[in-house]
Design a binder for this molecule. Structure first.
Ligand code: O2Y
Ligand code: MN
Length: 609
């Protein structure tokens, strides 16, 4: 298929205009076929940018090593370019759209010289689902095309749904590295310097313009850019929710199933939770999605969720048989690895894989690397944000409903973060609006995925959406309240919980083992939905009684008490921080309802002191 075969006149004209600006050597339409996927992989392998892995160990897998300047999402180069700065709000970078488009148009001019322009028609959500949205990404990166083919539904079947005049979200992308006559990449990952990288969103016109980075969330534009930043704007206008949430199915020994979603900031183990293997006998957890949920009311008044993605872009370091066996199996074939280390027999290795590095490796910088456990300062062989891109269909725990076009009915929503102190193992909101308050105050310790923020500090990350909300976050809080008020049946609203697997003692020891043992908390959540769990009302919300959650081995009765203690002084400090540093950022856009929850929380804590 070539560009002249595109039946959608608007799409064809848009492609040709971008080609005229960027001057590629050729235009190729991504048709979604496995033969085209294989050809694209061949191109990257033959050009030296990718290495094919050992087919006996990792069939159908390749490894890419990126440029050291291009290893993660770059929040400081990410813009919400609404017409009015106030509409982007205090948590987003903003530039005037006319100015930004002029600057980026200058960068795009001639930027694909010596390269191929790929047209990627993609669907976020099962093709043809009422909830799905279509995007078209124009890119000069074969890496992006192959990753998009795993992460989304790509190809001519999407063009068929678009027809001659269907709506699509237009997404421009370029790695920003034109080639001179006869020049090649010489096996190096192409990208532009940091000051030329832009990840831009135009909410009013629903456009995405990305330049200069070929990596992950900056370049696979269906994910964070469309399915979150632009989708939040669509969701606000159309009355639904586009969220940074996993979706899982939990089934009791009696065979009753419920679906939950969970919002956790980046690097809090969302993928591990979505693929959890329960330690509680007889219970089963299955995966619907690990990163993004779109939720809408069904005709029965229940909130339904779909996973708009088709793959996992998971963090490799720390992924092992113990921490997430299902992820390892998902990524054992037909997977693209980025920035992990290469072994001598062309397999992959990373820190936290569960065994020592076998012999001499090539690290993510392309240098020889031999593990030296005596050297505490040895640089890691895999980049801390190294990734696997694996098809969701390969996940052993994938739920049979994961592609159901109508979505799955949601019983509970979890919020959580990486909080060493104060926040208990689990507490439940008193109602939906109180749950919105809990979502609005989520905070977490920062780690590698957001490289431009200092690691180790706690940052407030409301609803785990700080880097992903496409409009003023104060208005987003109001939208969540409005969705609750507009529920066709208040009784059918999901119950909302705040969990924290990351509590530590003052000596820095973990109080809770996490991973599969988190199923004990999910069981309590499930039982709250059934109305059978033991609970107590407290100043911060509804909590398990000390005996309501079975203790895993290694967790003493004292530990459990501490995990479920309402730390009045800690919470009063939390209130003070929210009052002085967090809520004031939103000015007039902060819903009064949330300010009132903060006042009553403080009053209830003081009364309990
Ligand atoms: O660093 C990147 O480009 C990827 S970030 C990412 C990838 C998959 C799922 N979530 C995230 C995130 O940052 O939340
Ligand atoms: Mn994420």
């Amino acid at each position: 298929m070539n560009v002249n075969d595109i039946k959608h006149a608007g799409l064809k004209q848009w492609v040709l205009e971008y080609a005229e600006l960027t001057t590629p050597d050729a235009i190729v339409i991504a048709d979604g076929s496995s033969s085209q996927y294989d050809e694209l992989i061949d191109i990257t392998v033959n050009s030296g940018v990718a290495t094919r892995l050992n087919p006996a160990k990792k069939p159908g897998c390749v490894l890419f090593l990126s440029d050291p300047s291009d290893v993660a999402r770059v929040e400081k180069r990410t813009y919400i370019s609404s017409v009015k700065e106030e509409d982007a709000g205090p948590t987003n970078n903003w530039m005037d759209p006319t100015e930004l488009k002029k600057e980026m148009t200058d960068l795009y001019r001639g930027c694909m010289k010596g390269r191929t322009l790929y047209v990627i028609p993609f669907s976020m959500g099962p093709i043809g689902s009422d909830i799905a949205k279509i995007g078209v990404e124009l890119t000069d990166s074969a890496y992006v095309v192959t990753n998009m083919m795993i992460m989304t539904r790509v190809g001519t079947k999407v063009l068929d749904i678009l027809g001659t005049d269907g709506y699509f979200v237009p997404c421009y992308h370029s790695v920003g590295k034109p080639l001179a006559e006869g020049e090649t990449d010489e096996g190096k990952w192409p990208c532009a310097p940091m000051e030329h990288k832009y990840i831009s969103h135009f909410p009013e016109t629903r456009e995405i313009w990305s330049y200069g980075s070929g990596y992950g969330g900056n370049a696979l534009l269906g994910k964070k850019c469309l399915a979150l930043r632009i989708a939040t704007v669509l969701a606000r206008d159309e009355g639904w929710l586009a969220e940074h949430m996993l979706i899982l199915k939990i089934t009791s020994p009696e065979g009753k199933s419920r679906f939950l979603t969970g919002a956790f900031p980046s690097a809090c183990g969302k993928t591990n939770l979505a693929m959890l293997i329960p330690t509680v006998p007889g219970w089963k957890v299955e995966t619907v999605g690990d990163d993004i949920a779109w939720m809408k009311y069904g005709s029965d008044g229940q909130l339904y969720a779909i996973n708009p993605e088709a793959g996992f872009f998971g963090v490799a370091p720390g992924t092992s048989e113990d921490s997430n066996k299902n992820a390892l199996v998902s990524a054992s074939s037909n997977t693209i690895f980025t920035n992990v280390a290469l072994t001598e027999d062309n397999d992959v290795w990373w820190e936290g894989i569960g065994y020592d590095a076998p012999g001499k490796l090539i690290d993510w910088n392309g240098n020889e690397w031999v593990q030296d456990k005596t050297d505490k300062k040895q640089k890691p062989a895999a980049h801390p944000n190294a990734r696997f891109t694996a098809p969701a269909s390969q996940c052993p725990s994938i739920a049979s409903e994961w592609e159901d076009p109508k979505g799955v009915p949601i019983s509970a929503i979890l919020f959580g973060g990486r909080r060493p102190h104060t926040i208990p193992l689990v507490h439940q909101s008193n109602d939906w609006s109180h749950g919105v308050f809990l979502g609005s105050i989520v905070g977490s310790e920062v780690t590698a995925a957001a490289l431009d923020v200092k690691a180790g500090t706690i940052r407030r990350d409301p609803f785990a959406m700080l880097p992903f909300c496409g409009y003023n976050m104060g208005d987003y809080f109001q939208h969540w309240l409005d969705v609750g008020h507009a529920a066709p049946d208040q009784e059918k609203l999901p119950k909302i919980f705040y969990v924290n697997w990351f509590r530590k003692t003052d000596e820095g020891k973990w109080l809770w083992p996490g991973f599969g043992e988190n199923s004990r908390v999910l069981k309590w959540v499930f039982e709250r939905c059934e109305g059978t769990a033991k609970f107590v009302e407290t100043p911060i919300g509804i909590m398990p009684t000390p005996d309501a959650i079975d203790r895993p081995s290694g967790v003493s009765e004292e530990d459990m008490k501490e995990l479920l203690r309402v730390d009045i002084d800690g919470w009063l400090e939390e209130v003070e921080d929210i009052r002085s540093n967090h809520y004031p950022k939103f000015g007039d856009h902060l819903p009064q309802e949330l300010a009132t929850f903060l006042d009553s929380l403080e009053a209830d804590l003081r009364a309990a002191k």
